[in-house]
Design a protein around this ligand. Structure first.
Ligand SMILES: C[S@@+](CC[C@H](N)C(=O)[O-])C[C@H]1O[C@@H](n2cnc3c(N)ncnc32)[C@H](O)[C@@H]1O
Length: 108
């Protein structure tokens, strides 16, 4: 699942994790790629007018980019659902979104 998790809320992401978990065999893995990193929110919105646009979008409940996720929360969420491992993967710096997105490898 690549470049898509931003379209879902945290609540919906728990449901996605549960569906993935039910679909995998023990030891099976699932990669979720290009997740928005909330700790890089202002590395992405790195000009005052973009910060304004970000808060305008939050205020209007029309997020321009989507849901920003905290790495630790996704790892804990995966454990909550039952995954035996959830590894945060940094992207290769040559990838165009690597400065504000990360990957997550789930293992049942
Ligand atoms: C930015 S595109 C990425 C497409 C492709 N995975 C890639 O990496 O090139 C985001 C994808 O998320 C899909 N998507 C958005 N909301 C979805 C939903 N509710 N259910 C299933 N797919 C959804 C879109 O159809 C789109 O294909």
């Amino acid at each position: 699942m690549y470049f898509a998790l931003q379209f879902f809320s945290e609540r919906e992401t728990i449901g996605i994790f549960e569906t993935i978990y039910q679909s995998l065999m023990r030891g099976g893995t699932f990669l979720i790629g290009d997740i928005l990193d909330i700790d890089r929110l202002f590395i992405y919105h790195n000009k005052p007018e973009w910060v304004t646009a970000y808060f305008d979008s939050v205020k209007n409940d029309t997020p321009a980019v989507g849901t920003w996720f905290k790495k630790e929360i996704l790892v804990k969420m995966a454990k909550y659902v039952g995954f035996s491992d959830a590894a945060i993967l940094s992207q290769h710096p040559d990838l165009i979104n690597s400065h504000y997105r990360f990957d997550l490898l789930l293992t049942k």
